[in-house]
Design a protein around this ligand. Structure first.
Ligand code: NAD
Length: 269
């Protein structure tokens, strides 16, 4: 896609699922990729290997660079170090993908303050702090930077038992819009994608259970869950020059989930 070759991209939580697919796709498009991981590097190493294989095949030196960078996005000092490392190793940063995310299931009246803070700390505060550090760099180097937040259909659909997750993704909508508006005249674009039910480790519970999977898919108008690659394709588009006039938007990629499947047939007079 236009404008991605030789761009430097940082993907948070790039060891698995949607983040892994985004890293691979951006490398295929010619981006240098910095893969952030929180604790153990194995998943990030797998991502790196698959990305370089797809981007370069058998070529010894295809020009695409990769970097693994440890850091917990709920820790401010880690984020500052991660962004600085990418800038130091690649020379600059052009694209930030705020992908790292967690969720916990619990009745809303029983959620502990610590659990609530943990989810908000990773999904929302972490995304903001990564954006803040990236924007500082974009402005200081006059870079027309790009930020893409990985939100969720729960940006707009309430999700009982997942109150902190719902709040974090609802907040992400406003994070996307506020930053987009504030920095539009400096050439920085900020957008989000909102995946529906996607086959990734975060959903292991139903992905591996045919009965549970069928229940999930019965709520999706297109009748199937999405794939990480389908999410990554939209991210590549939003990061590319093909989307040069798009900012402040959330693109829902959900097989029609947000069309409210219950209204498929008329159920009221
Ligand atoms: P996943 O569990 O495979 O990916 C989440 C990644 O974030 C993991 O690699 C994890 O190690 C990393 N991470 C967690 N805490 C971190 C921290 N403190 N610092 C750095 N990295 C951290 O699940 P996924 O489905 O690929 O999720 C990716 C994003 O997509 C999340 O933001 C999630 O909310 C969003 N999403 C997923 C779905 C879905 O159905 N899978 C739907 C909507 C939105």
């Amino acid at each position: 896609m236009k404008g991605l070759k030789n761009k430097n991209a940082l993907i948070t939580g790039g060891s698995s699922g949607i983040g892994q697919a985004i890293a691979i796709r951006l490398a295929q498009e010619g981006c240098n990729i910095a893969i952030n991981y929180r604790s153990s590097p194995e998943g990030a190493e797998d991502t790196e290997e698959m990305a370089m294989q797809k981007a370069c095949g058998d070529l010894e030196n295809c020009g695409v660079k990769s970097l693994l960078v440890q850091g917990d996005v709920s820790q401010e000092e880690d984020i500052i170090r991660v962004v600085n490392t990418v800038v130091e190793k690649f020379g600059s940063l052009d694209i930030l993908i705020n992908n790292a995310g967690i969720q916990t299931e619990c009745p809303s009246h029983e959620v502990t303050t610590a659990d609530f803070d943990r989810v908000i700390g990773v999904n929302l505060r972490g995304a903001y702090l990564c954006a803040r550090e990236s924007i500082k760099h974009f402005l200081s180097q006059n870079i027309p930077g790009i930020i893409i937040n990985i939100s969720s259909v729960h940006e707009i659909i309430p999700r009982p038992m997942y109150v902190s997750y719902s709040i974090s993704k609802g907040g992400m909508e406003n994070l996307t819009k506020t930053l987009a508006l504030e920095y539009a005249n400096r050439g920085i674009r900020v957008n989000a994608i909102a995946p529906g039910a996607t086959i990734t480790p975060i959903n292991q519970d139903w992905v591996d259970d045919p009965q549970k999977k069928a229940v999930v898919e019965s709520h999706i108008p297109m009748g199937r869950a999405g794939t990480s690659e389908e999410m990554a394709a939209a991210v590549a588009f939003l990061a590319s020059d093909e989307a040069a006039y798009i900012t402040g938007q959330t693109l829902f990629i959900d097989g029609g989930l947000t069309l409210y499947a219950d209204f498929r047939e008329a159920w009221s007079a």
